[in-house]
Design a binder for this molecule. Structure first.
Ligand SMILES: Nc1ncnc2c1ncn2[C@@H]1O[C@H](COP(=O)(O)OP(=O)(O)O)[C@@H](O)[C@H]1O
Ligand SMILES: [Mg+2]
Length: 249
């Protein structure tokens, strides 16, 4: 079964950046094959990973339904469509979900799609999922099992509060969650010991990725994480965290 790593947190805290770094880490360590799912309607992983995509899943779905031949069962037909929109690169395959036409539509088709994506991810050793900021529909219900969830936060109190709310929400969702960590990203310093202690009641551990001018420049220039230098602060910090997380895997 695929080992699933997912990212959650408020908007702008660095989820996509850290998801992209995870993909680079797994590629560097030859931990392949890797499936990447960009489940944020405002997707940005293609750019962060340096690939261009043809279409999103949302954009082909409607059309595919209209054109479905009667003799092919729905799930088989949708599997063909999902396979058509997978972007294959040397190091990973990428599915971009795109924006759903109707918010909150949990129709039969979406359920079939979920099943198809779950089946497809079974062909990969690792699946990396980037989520949108709102957590109500974590990955819009694609995931029912997560091995590692990195809840990302900035050092701001409001962002940490949001991370705690996500932690609470997860308890209400029907997701089997193996490990959940809090990552303070764009950090300038560690949190107070007492605050850390408090947060460790909700999260298995608290990690830090320090502010990195290089990664900010990179996103401003629209470059991928594969062009980050070896000594980049964020890369070094997060690689160390991933080393511990993937220990023995
Ligand atoms: N450790 C860091 N240091 C400096 N800037 C960062 C760091 N992590 C992310 N950023 C920047 O913060 C912005 C938001 O990051 P992004 O990954 O898009 O957030 P999210 O996916 O949570 O909305 C980007 O411009 C990114 O380059
Ligand atoms: Mg993002």
């Amino acid at each position: 079964m695929s080992y699933i790593v997912a990212f959650a947190g408020k908007g702008g805290v660095g989820k996509s950046t850290l998801a992209a770094l995870t993909v680079r880490y797994l590629s560097d360590k030859r931990k392949r094959p890797i499936l990447v799912v960009d489940a944020d309607p405002n997707y940005c992983l293609p750019e962060l990973l340096g690939v261009s995509i043809n279409r999103t899943l949302a954009s082909v779905k409607e059309e595919a339904l209209k054109n479905k031949p009667e003799y092919i069962p729905l799930d088989e037909w949708l599997e063909i469509q999902v396979n058509k929109i997978i972007t294959e690169s040397k190091n990973f395959d990428l599915i971009v979900m795109g924006r759903p036409e109707r918010d909150g539509c949990y129709c039969a088709v979406n359920n079939v799609l979920k099943r198809v994506i779950k089946e497809i991810s079974g062909n990969y050793n690792y699946t990396v999922v980037d989520n949108e900021a709102g957590m109500e529909h974590l990955s819009r219900g694609i995931l029912n099992k997560i091995d590692v969830l990195f809840t990302v936060s900035s050092p701001a109190k409001s962002s940490i509060q949001a991370a705690l709310r996500i932690r609470e929400l997860l308890k209400e969702l029907n997701i089997s969650l193996e490990k959940i960590f809090l990552v303070i990203n764009q950090a300038q310093k560690k949190l107070d010991e007492s605050e850390e202690k408090y947060l460790k009641r909700a999260f298995e551990d608290i990690y830090y990725v320090y502010f990195d001018r290089e990664i900010l420049n990179l996103s401003e220039e629209g470059k991928s994480v594969f062009s980050l230098s070896e000594g980049s602060v964020s890369k070094e910090n997060f690689y160390q965290i991933l080393e511990v997380t993937f220990d023995g895997r």
